[in-house]
Design a protein around this ligand. Sequence first.
Ligand SMILES: C[S@@+](CC[C@H](N)C(=O)[O-])C[C@H]1O[C@@H](n2cnc3c(N)ncnc32)[C@H](O)[C@@H]1O
Length: 263
Amino acid sequence: MLPQTEHPVRKIVKKINQPSQKKEKEEYVRDVFDAIAKPYDLMNGLMSFGMHKYWRWYAVRQLGIFPGAQVLDCCTGTAFFAKSSARLAGAKGRVVGFDFSAGMLKYARQKKNNKPNTSPIFLQQANALYIPYKPAVFDFVTVGWGIRNLSDIDQGLREVHRVLKPGGKFACLDLGRPVNPIYARLFYFFFFYVVPQIGKLVANHYEAYSYLPHSLATFPKQAELQSRLQQAGFEKVHYINLAGGATALHLGEKPESLCKNTA
Ligand SMILES: C[S@@+](CC[C@H](N)C(=O)[O-])C[C@H]1O[C@@H](n2cnc3c(N)ncnc32)[C@H](O)[C@@H]1O
């Protein structure tokens, strides 16, 4: 059970998650990520006990990214996911990452992609609800811990579907709900009480790291997100629980047969 506290940040999250508050949610989320862009990578490492890099790497391996592939990373943040894809897509591939936070993109741009035989990574500022690409251009789309932050998850999923080529594959990594109830209690304690304190100490931002756990309260559980992907038009949708379900990887494909209707 998630805590039903009337924490001030929970009140904000409840408010901005109402359908009439889409603009407010976008502005709030963008401000949060602009504010924590600098310590973002360090905090990610601390909160996931260093596992976040492995989860992204696992996700791109599950997708089967091939040399020469065209890959889009939505809500790219500091471009970790994009870098993992670039290794698999190789020198002949192309990886594009976008995010609406200028702060996060600043740190993404500072990362050097100097491993041999990796794709160039193109970064741009854009909103995931209006992806600025033509239909059916990407072989693969990834999104890491971004879907939960969208003011309209279904529109975001439809946009991913639109820009995928028929037969293209989608991987979505995000927070999940732990399966084991005892582990769940420990996880929620860590997430709701310890993470904001680490955020305060390391990132000097208690509110941003309170937003993170509270954003989970209104986010669909694994099975519900699976059906939302299906509703958006994906097939072969399934999910893999990581870290006992505290993180979940959802995978889906754009059907080949829909190419004329959806491309
Ligand atoms: C938790 S971070 C994840 C960053 C990165 N994907 C990763 O794996 O570390 C969420 C990112 O989503 C971005 N974001 C949230 N809503 C967005 C939107 N509507 N359009 C574009 N980016 C968005 C935020 O700016 C932030 O950089």
